[in-house]
Design a protein around this ligand. Structure first.
Ligand SMILES: [Zn+2]
Length: 213
């Protein structure tokens, strides 16, 4: 805790002062362009890996960067998605998984999480991803973890499409969905390329976006 308390004092003294204008502007509202859905894992710092500022990313985090398919049951993720699309008008939704994801390890080894009823249930939302990975191999193990992480991010995009607020914007081309994977060990971020059905470096996939910006 000491590190956190000292950190707040340091923030107020230094970073806040340096960027006071930005914070004063943000004090009365936000208009992020991106809904960023990622894992709760402590090793992911969305602001740092994207080098964005406060106010740029509307962030939802949970174990396994999971988006439950739409249902009539209200949940935190569902409400956040609805708010991001309908009120904030985000134009991009990124589901960002990461290497060494404990949630995905749990999804691949249900026995390891069977004493955790909520975790077990929650990871059921990754069942389709797991089924795809299993279908391609006789046996799955740690070597298939990255494939599982990649498939999971794609699965969650499919779930996003079932949310009416997302479906409506997709129908008129007002939102794009992206599956990303962050590699903790080397800082690389890859994204799913539909054409090649593979993950490629973000800077390659978005080269066109950057050029036209
Ligand atoms: Zn994770």
């Amino acid at each position: 805790m000491e590190k956190i308390i000292k950190g707040i004092a340091e923030f107020q003294k230094k970073d806040f002062k340096e960027r006071e204008k930005l914070f004063k502007m943000l004090a009365s509202g936000q208009s992020p362009e991106v809904l960023f859905i990622t894992c709760s894992d402590s090793r992911i710092d969305p602001g740092m890996i994207t080098q964005t500022d406060p106010g740029d990313l509307f962030i939802c985090r949970n174990a396994g960067n999971i988006v439950p398919p739409h249902s009539m049951n209200t949940g935190g993720i569902t409400a956040s998605i609805e708010y991001a699309l309908e009120v904030l008008g985000v134009r991009e939704i990124i589901v960002c998984g990461h290497t060494d994801c404990g949630a995905m390890k749990g999804a691949m080894n249900p026995d390891s999480v069977k004493s955790l009823p909520h975790v077990s249930n929650w990871l059921g939302h990754s069942a389709a991803a797991l089924a795809r990975v299993k279908a391609r191999h006789n046996e799955i193990g740690p070597d298939n973890l990255l494939e599982m992480i990649q498939e999971n991010a794609l699965s969650q995009l499919k779930h996003l499409e079932t949310h009416p607020s997302v479906a409506a914007k997709l129908a008129v081309g007002k939102v794009r969905l992206h599956a990303w994977v962050y590699d903790i060990a080397n800082g690389e971020v890859t994204c799913h390329d539909a054409k090649s059905d593979s993950y490629i470096p973000v800077e390659n996939w978005y080269a066109q976006d950057i050029k036209s910006a």
